[in-house]
Design a protein. Structure first.
Length: 120
């Protein structure tokens, strides 16, 4: 699974929360409001990040309009599940990792895990 840099993660956070696909200019404006000092990124910087995210499979570009608009190719939940799977897959002792993880969840999360596992 490809990892996300800080700026890529910021872009994905905006796209995951967006109700509709966004242009690079819309993303630039949205990111300016979230950045320290409110300084806007150059549109070319946002386009470069979007291009990298597209190559990594995180965003899809819709070419039917100008400027092109971008949307998340998958959900934040899918990304987080893939990260968890990658971490577990890299463990030499998967049982120990799972025990540590389960030992740190809240009672509500433990109940959710029981319910999910009971349906499998």
């Amino acid at each position: 699974m490809a990892t996300l840099g800080d700026l890529e993660r910021s872009v994905m956070d905006v796209l995951w929360g967006a109700a509709a696909p966004m242009s690079a200019y819309d993303l630039r404006d949205e990111l300016a409001g979230a950045r320290d000092g409110g300084k806007a990124l150059a549109a070319t910087t946002v386009l470069t990040v979007l291009s990298r995210l597209e190559k990594k499979g995180f965003v899809a570009r819709e070419r039917t309009s100008r400027p092109h608009v971008y949307r998340a190719a998958g959900s934040r939940d899918e990304h987080m599940a893939e990260l968890m799977h990658d971490v577990l897959g890299g463990a030499t002792d998967r049982t120990a990792v799972l025990e540590r993880f389960v030992g740190q969840v809240s009672p509500e999360e433990a109940e959710t895990l029981r319910r999910i596992l009971g349906h499998r």
